[in-house]
Ligand binder design. Structure first.
Ligand code: ATP
Ligand code: MG
Length: 585
């Protein structure tokens, strides 16, 4: 393809809102253009890279017996009410009405639609198993769309859904998809980790995320330096370091702590380490409870772990300062578990039931005579003890894991911290959707049974950008061959010179005949501009054809990744490129 026809417009400057490198490069390289926040046009170069991601996905899914379909993006409210998600999905769901005042939403995911499809068609055990997938544009009304395609409102997803007779079969389907995902991300040439993850509001009980490792990633991962275990920090388990003390229980004693607002202040003033201090946090839940958590002063509460301990769907929210005051009678910094009272509280439109029972992080177990806020401004209590001085609801793993913590799985190695971009997700759903939507089949004895399901997503557009986040340098993108929009970028310098044009023409024909995709920069631009643009848009090989070289029967091949330059005759350049691309595919 010729540059002059390809509608590629590069920019010298990145737009202000492009915070991360891959986003800047996508815009500067003319790959994407923003229409509205989180909504983009994929220009030709981007589309070619997306098609490559899609092809690898299709190859691998078709190979394990999945079948491609395409479902509607516009979905009726009634179906989402049947599954119970019309309200529960929250503000991510973009809802709209048609001319007849009927409500619809734009599909953020397709469990409802696919389950409806299958429940209507599948009758008996003979119709199972099935694994259906689609590659399609999704819409999620993300609160903060950002980083270009990473967190779009409109984005391309591959979503697959498996339907099996039994949970054993469903878990086998899960394993098949897990293995297919590994092949997909291996073929894409990305550095990734597979991590244990929280099931979120899709439900189900077994789930893994495929995370591309990159500093700019929004997810925080912990990986053991000794065993294979890797996990999203949201659920990274921490081991208990229980203490035993023979110290006698002391009486409670109040002492003044003016101007000591933080744990660090308190540590300084008492001379105790932050690990020896206890802090108290308050949360409100979706089911209108106020809960109190205590943990070591040096630790942070993990809201996802707390959500799971509470048996609710969404992570609870921290109480604001005023709300804390209403519950405890003191401002944050002077609050504690002693003297709390169960009561009803009204914050804004909502009524909450506050409890005097305290959720305790397991790492406080065995602690005695500790210091906590007195629920009176500028006062603390020392000599506070479990059960005697406040009600313990239970001991739970509630703290955020940290780099250097003992691995929660093997207990031998230590966690290392990584940032990740979630590009894929596999879920075992069980009968969550088949139950609410009544998707059943008749078993061999003619008895009606619920279908067992799994769902499997890949962020196609996010994956493409994640590849750039992993493969770029100061000059621009350096596409891995499997994803590159073109394999070879020919910089034709003296385009109006007939001998140069002929060399370029012959070369392109040879490369294309060997199955390579070639972009020819035939613009009337200075060599410097062409080289800069070639580095920016990042095709794996660049071949420079100019009058001076052609007269000597010499053209230059540049390997984008290493910047290595090789002078070759046009014939040798062609065979080199064909072989190089073949070995890097
Ligand atoms: P996230 O935690 O990043 O919001 P999610 O867990 O809600 O994502 P899933 O429901 O698991 O997303 O969707 C499957 C895949 O779709 C994700 O693994 C991710 O790669 C992609 N994806 C999800 N949301 C977006 C988005 N807003 N923009 C681009 N890709 C997305
Ligand atoms: Mg996910």
């Amino acid at each position: 393809m010729k540059w002059s026809q390809a509608h590629i417009f590069t920019l010298r400057e990145a737009p202000q809102d492009a915070e991360i490198k891959s986003h800047q490069l996508l815009v500067r390289g003319g790959f994407i253009r923003k229409l509205a926040p989180g909504v983009h046009t994929y220009q030709h170069l981007a589309l070619r890279a997306l098609r490559k991601v899609e092809k690898i996905i299709r190859d691998e899914l078709d190979a394990v017996g999945c079948t491609e379909v395409l479902m509607p993006m516009v979905q009726p409210k009634e179906l989402w009410e049947e599954s119970g998600r019309w309200e529960m999905y929250g503000d991510l769901l973009l809802k709209m009405q048609n001319r007849n005042a009927q409500w619809f939403c734009l599909g953020p995911t397709h469990e409802e639609v696919i389950t409806d499809l299958v429940r209507k068609d599948v009758r008996s055990y003979r119709d199972l198993p099935r694994n259906l997938y689609q590659i399609q544009t999704k819409y999620r009304d993300e609160i903060r769309p950002r980083f270009g395609l990473m967190r779009g409102r409109e984005f391309i997803m591959k979503d697959a859904y498996s339907f099996d007779k039994t949970s054993t079969d469903a878990l086998k389907s899960y394993d098949v998809m897990y293995a297919a995902y590994k092949r997909i991300f291996d073929r894409l040439g990305l550095k990734y980790r597979i991590v244990d993850a929280d099931a979120g509001n899709i439900g189900g009980s077994q789930t893994h995320e495929f995370q591309v490792l990159a500093e700019a990633g929004e997810d925080h991962l912990m990986a053991c330096d000794t065993c294979e275990f890797a996990v999203n920090i949201e659920i990274a388990p921490v081991l208990v370091t229980e203490r035993t003390s023979n110290e006698a229980l002391k009486p409670i004693e109040k002492f003044p702590t003016p101007n000591l607002k933080t744990i660090a202040d308190l540590a300084k003033s008492t001379g105790l380490a932050e690990t020896e201090l206890v802090k108290t946090m308050f949360f409100k839940t979706e089911d209108n409870r106020i809960v109190t958590v205590i943990l070591r002063g040096s630790d942070e509460v993990n809201a996802v772990k707390l959500k799971n301990a509470l048996g609710i769907t969404n992570p609870p929210e921290l109480l604001g300062e005023k709300e804390v005051f209403e519950f405890t009678g003191a401002h944050p910094g002077s609050c504690g578990p002693h003297g709390l009272q169960s009561k009803k509280l009204t914050f804004g439109k909502f009524q909450y039931q506050a409890s005097d029972e305290v959720y305790v992080d397991q790492n406080l177990k065995g602690c005695q005579n500790f210091i906590v806020g007195a629920n009176q401004d500028d006062q603390h209590l020392r000599g506070v003890n479990f059960d005697r001085d406040f009600k313990v609801k239970g001991y739970f793993d509630l703290r955020m894991a940290k780099a250097g913590d003992l691995c929660g799985k093997c207990g031998k190695g230590h966690y290392q911290s990584h940032r990740g971009i979630e590009v894929g997700h596999v879920f075992y759903l069980g009968t969550k959707y088949s139950k609410t939507l009544q998707a059943t089949y008749l078993d061999i004895e003619g008895k009606s049974q619920l279908i067992e399901m799994g769902c499997y997503g890949i962020g196609v557009s996010r994956t493409m950008q994640a590849a750039i986040e992993q493969c770029h340098d100061a000059d621009g993108i350096s596409w891995p061959v499997p994803l590159a929009p073109f394999h070879v970028h020919v910089c034709l310098l003296d385009a109006s010179d007939s001998s140069c044009a002929k060399v370029a023409d012959d070369l392109v024909k040879k490369l294309e005949a060997a199955g390579l995709e070639v972009l020819v920069d035939d613009r009337d631009e200075r060599p410097g501009v062409k080289f800069k643009d070639a580095d920016l848009i990042g095709m794996p090989l660049r071949i420079v054809i100019g009058k001076k070289g052609v007269d000597k029967n010499e053209i230059e091949v540049v390997i984008r990744k290493t910047k290595e330059k090789l002078a070759k005759s046009p014939t040798d350049a062609a065979s080199f490129a064909i072989e190089w691309i073949r070995t890097h595919r």
